[in-house]
Design a protein around this ligand. Sequence first.
Ligand SMILES: [Zn+2]
Length: 991
Amino acid sequence: MSIDQDAETRHILDCFRDRLKQIIQVEPLLDQLHFLGQDRKDKIRAKLRADGDISAAALLIDEILQTQHDKGWPRELVTALETAGCTHAVNYVRNSPPEPTEEAENDSCVRLIDLMQLTLVNMKTTDVCAQCWSLGLLTPEDKENIMKATENHGNMNGARVLLKRLVKNEAGWFSKFLQALEETEHRELVRELRGEPCNEDESMSVEIRTVEEGEQTCLALAKETDPVLNGSMPVVSANSSLLSEDLDSSVDGSVLGASAENEDVDMYNGQEEEEGDPTEDDDPSARTIELRDYQMEVARPALEEKNIIICLPTGSGKTRVAVYITKEHLERKKQMGQPGKVVVLVNKVPLVEQHYKAEFGRFLKHQYSVERVSGASQLKISFPQIIEQNDIIICTAQILENSLAKAKTGDEDGIKLSQFTLMVIDECHHTKKGYAYNHIMIRYLKQKHKNQLLKKQGKSPAAIPQILGLTASPGVGGAMNQQMAEQHILQICANLDAFTIKTKTLGEEEAKTPYKRIARAEERKTDPFGDVIKKIMDEIHTHADLLPSCEPGTQNYEQWVVQKEQNAAKEENQKVRVCAEHLRHYNEALNQSHIIRMSDAFRYLDKYHNEELKTKSSPDDEGTVTITDTERFLFTLFKDKKAKLEELMGKPEYENNNLAKLKTIILKEFSTREVARGIIFTKTRLSAQALCQWIQENPKFDEVGVSASYLIGGGDQSVVKPMTAAEQKDVLQKFRKGEINLLIATTVAEEGLDIAECNVVIRYCLVTNEVAMIQARGRGRAEDSSYTLVAEAGSGVEERESVNEYREKMMSKAIAKICKMNRADYEKKIREFQIQAIMEEKVKIKKKQQKGMMKDPPSKISLSCRDCSVFVCSGEHLEMIENMHHVNVTEQFRKLFIVRENASLQERLLDYETNGVIACKKCGQQWGSMMLYKSIECPCLHIKNFVVTYDSKKKIYNKWGDLPIRFPAFDYTQHADMLVEDSEEEDTDGD
Ligand SMILES: [Zn+2]
């Protein structure tokens, strides 16, 4: 080769030195490099052993640069790099580096892997490795090295080697890696890498599964009869701990709406809300609305009747801006002699009241009629009437969506979008697939595009309202890079048909970002309590011949065990099924013991066992429920280990370090501040309660003036007794008055709820997405606020917080860029997204219609007990009440179950009430509830408690709606007649 090539390659190596040293694999490369002398190679190998790959690679480059080599060495180097699998490096050496954007994107992927390392090392390395190899991400030698590392030093070490290797691939490796993860059933990892937050999208699934097994005896009944929750069991809960709570699932009308085709969703919430208005008329400050400069600035396009999204941080008064825009809008309409009507949509029931009292009602009711729709109000007059009679209506998105749907089907009870002239959408980042906001906006978009057609044909278009979206942060939807972040925000803009997104640019009035601190708790050195639990789990593994593919205490384990339970139910393997069930609870206790006291985790297990035991004891003298050998084994196992667990939990030296860290922080914050008002965010209801109890029981906290209470969601979906709306309100009130100065809250408090200003915000071992992080931080609005993240070293929590911050930065950049976009480009992009959304909707409707036509007769299925596999009934004997409750009122069915009392018996609905739990006579497995429907006892079945045989295949369903079968409606009069006849012929010998 020419001298030129020699010089050029040297120059390239020099230029790209810093990058090349990151992506060269020294060891395999050295074997291939023959132009370097043995002594130099030895020197580099020594460096490799002492200082690792990067230093060795740097030395290697230096050695190449510093000496003369035989002709042709550049080609030899390229070939060697290729053989060693360093394809990314080859591109640089050949002087064809990737495009800057591609390079930047690749860098962000590398960074993400680095940030997520601690989570990723839990993967099933062997499986992922094999998959990566088949996708061409690894050379045979790489694969061998990874397998060796896994064998000799364990799964995590193998994973580390694999990850280190992967990031050295040329751009494009990331998506292949995701594919490999997906194919090896690491869906939760994929989700995390993509940044799809489990909390938001899976919330329903997660929360509800909790009830399912958690508090079977007393809570499932309420759920069974609760139309809001009925029929929404997920197949597998991905990526979340058993008890995790999410705000959306507990109060968010929009999420509820996704599962319940029931317009009454809101009626069961907040019924006791009808009370006097404390902010009554003589509030002089409420007569005028004064906006600050930045508020006026973001409002401007909306005042010019443009659709916009206003993005302002929590506490900067975005609702006030909306009130102002509403007022101006109505006044303008009045002046022009046109009708004006505003609907304010919220995504959580409590926000209806809050927006009314604190904002819309307070400022506008003197001039306009403002009405809120939730609770009992809807029962008195119909929703369309309320719309008709008021200027401003505040309601949940689901209520509106249901009424719009009714209008579509020709129901005169429905309403139309054209009745409104302005639609305010609160927390509008929820305007995305599957959410009620989006259903409404799809209707809007369809009409808008239809209008364009009508105009062309010279016909008059239907009116559509102006749209005003409000959010504290649109998020980036788990974007990996700047471009994806922009796409995400553009998508939201498209969904809301926004002309632009307005955010506060600069300004002195900037809501200050509180001082942030990370409190790192040391990794727990010894955990004898956890070891005992793991030992119990191992004994169960052995008993049931189970070989878990991942460590107990991880999310992978939870997924694995849930899958095992389902398969075992289908295979009628009662032994494995019951064991998997118990393992899941042990796994949860193990998880919790890292966050709350060992004694709290123990109580959780103890309660579970006691309740399980109760289901095995018969209610009366019938005595038919049998305990299997496996169950006996499980109960005895726990009983035997109980004393040991109790002994260990009494030793504070074994407690997790997170609690100690949290204690230090609380004590410091409360003793150094004149007035402290704090909020601790934690993941589960169980931990919120346990932490509160821990604080109350510890006099140290009392000494510094801590007065704590917990704040958790409503809805009957937890192992922990939920809080009613009134209880929530009471706690918030006390917090406002200062009677309580420390709230321990689940994420229910992150968004929306009107919580008094705090100066101490603590996120306790809590992982969420960037939207939730920003919102939690926004709680600390006071001047001297602090924001602390408590996380155990090595738990991955801190790393994910960094990911969130990284995404937050991308978000701000993306918004700024979108604001500067060329108008034509922006509109083209928005239109593309909108057309796509409309098309998708069409396809969906078509599919739904086809599905509707392909419904099978009920006789196609039969049910058997999920636990003991006993035959229960054929589908032919099932009937539906109010289109949602599946009942079997036949005599033969009645003989198969027992009725147990329910502790938390609640009278909830108008036409029916529940009378107890029905359970399998043979094994005690809960089947559903006894419902009293217009004075007839109807055993109501919940499908998740059964294995369904469908076309001779066994399947598990979590909601009835997933079955393509149409059941007949319950014939009330027929059954009533039969019962009357029966009682009349009491003494005759009816069969
Ligand atoms: Zn059974």
